[in-house]
Write a protein that binds this ligand. Structure first.
Ligand SMILES: [Zn+2]
Length: 420
């Protein structure tokens, strides 16, 4: 007898699809196999795919409040407009923006996300109430000012001490300096040192645009990844977001140090940043994961949409990868990047699981991996289990009142964009 039994679905296991059932006890998967299992809660998945949860490895959840704002601008101009609104945000606003993000993510099968933002108490509260898993950090930037750097680090470290391991371990914390162009090398060196002392993940934007590469080269005589490597920032507890403009030797630095990448295809296309060379990174053995970035530069938080675009972009470059590789990028690689045993249907792994209905676009199924990769919208996700708890049932989020969230968010967004 299990706490939850997800029965008789087509399970994604080791890159293949096998018909079996999954038994969950507590927050772990305790059984994967073909026996007829029973559970306190039973989900008949006989017409569904059973999938490990998707991990959105780089986002700014509360930016749902800015969805559709500052459209049509490249990154630099876009950031200016966004920073103006963010200057008006308060903790309660971040809470409501994050709640909306959690509802949206859960409904498309995202069980875990990584967040870098401000007023993180609001994010933690949203994660706790929604039932999601998250790795969070305060977005730090010293902008070359030593005193400011000290204050920023203090907030970042206090957040870790306050929340790391909270909600039964569903919330983990990390250090998140913004980017090499908003943080000085001295500051980033200090962050790396504290990261090692505290044994936490570091997460940073890296080589998102050509402008950034040129700026860093002009200032420090090195490319962005070379700069981070020179100060000991890159290691197997580091995850860099974007990594669009890397040379082969910069990729080699990521590969040899064990640094992971959060690939954000929609955001990179929307802000005209470029196409990351994901095929080459994966071939070099870099752990590439998948992310939406914030809703203001996407405008969705939906990895089933993201994964399709990611694959199509590499296909366009004539760098075709097997569909099952992409499915691992969106699940297993994300959990690995954050040092969590999840994103796989395996005994002992975290019980973060989704069921995906077979829509009309999933008929016929000649190859389940390509069917899910290229023919899913996210709306097919029917049940979501996070940390052993059923949080989405029959496509409805059980942990949140969706209509109340939408009403509240409309009010908050209106106030932020049109202040009195
Ligand atoms: Zn970002």
């Amino acid at each position: 007898m299990y706490d939850i039994a997800v029965k008789n679905g087509l399970c994604f296991i080791n890159g293949k699809f096998i018909e079996c059932s999954v038994g969950i006890n507590g927050n772990r998967i305790s059984y994967v196999g073909k026996e007829d299992i029973r559970g306190d809660i039973e989900i008949d998945a006989s017409k569904m795919f059973i999938f490990p949860g998707f991990f959105n490895t780089h986002t700014h959840a509360a930016m749902t409040l800015l969805r559709g704002y500052a459209e049509g601008l490249p990154l630099r101009d876009w950031l200016e407009k966004v920073w103006e609104i963010e200057g008006r945000m308060r903790e309660r606003d971040v809470y409501w923006g994050s709640v909306l993000a959690c509802v949206e993510m859960l409904k498309s099968g995202i069980t875990a996300f990584a967040d870098m933002y401000i007023y993180m108490d609001g994010v933690v509260q949203a994660v706790g109430e929604s039932g999601m898993r998250a790795v969070i950090g305060y977005g730090m930037a010293d902008r070359g000012d030593e005193k400011r750097g000290e204050e920023e680090l203090k907030i970042g470290v206090e957040l870790i001490k306050k929340y790391d391991g909270s909600f039964g371990g569903r919330v983990r914390c990390m250090l998140t300096p913004h980017a090499p162009y908003t943080c000085s090398p001295e500051f980033l060196e200090k962050v790396a040192e504290i990261g090692r002392d505290l044994n936490v993940i570091k997460h940073i934007h890296l080589s998102e645009t050509l402008w950034e590469v040129k700026e860093i080269k002009k200032k420090y005589g090195m490319r962005p990844a070379e700069l981070l490597h020179s100060i000991g920032f890159l290691d197997d507890k580091t995850l860099v977001a974007h990594a669009v403009w890397l040379t082969d030797s910069e990729m080699e630095l990521l590969a040899t140090t064990g640094t992971s990448v959060a690939h954000c295809p929609s955001s990179n296309m929307k802000l005209s940043s470029g196409i990351a060379r994901v095929y080459e990174m994966l071939k070099m053995g870099i752990n590439v994961s998948l992310a939406s970035d914030g809703a203001a530069s996407n405008n969705m938080l939906n990895l089933l949409q993201e994964i399709r675009l990611a694959a199509l972009l590499q296909n366009l470059r004539k760098r075709v990868l097997p569909p099952s590789t992409w499915l691992k990028v969106a699940t297993e690689n994300g959990y690995r990047a954050y040092n969590l045993f999840g994103g796989v249907l395996k005994k002992g792994a975290l019980a973060d699981i989704v069921t995906i209905d077979r829509s009309l676009r999933h008929h016929p199924v000649h190859d389940p991996a390509s069917s899910i990769l290229f023919a899913s919208t996210g709306c097919e996700v029917s049940n979501v289990i996070v940390d052993g708890e059923l949080v989405v049932e029959d496509s409805s989020v059980l942990s949140m009142d969706e209509s109340k969230v939408l009403k509240k968010v409309e009010k908050v967004a209106e106030r932020l964009v049109n202040p009195q």
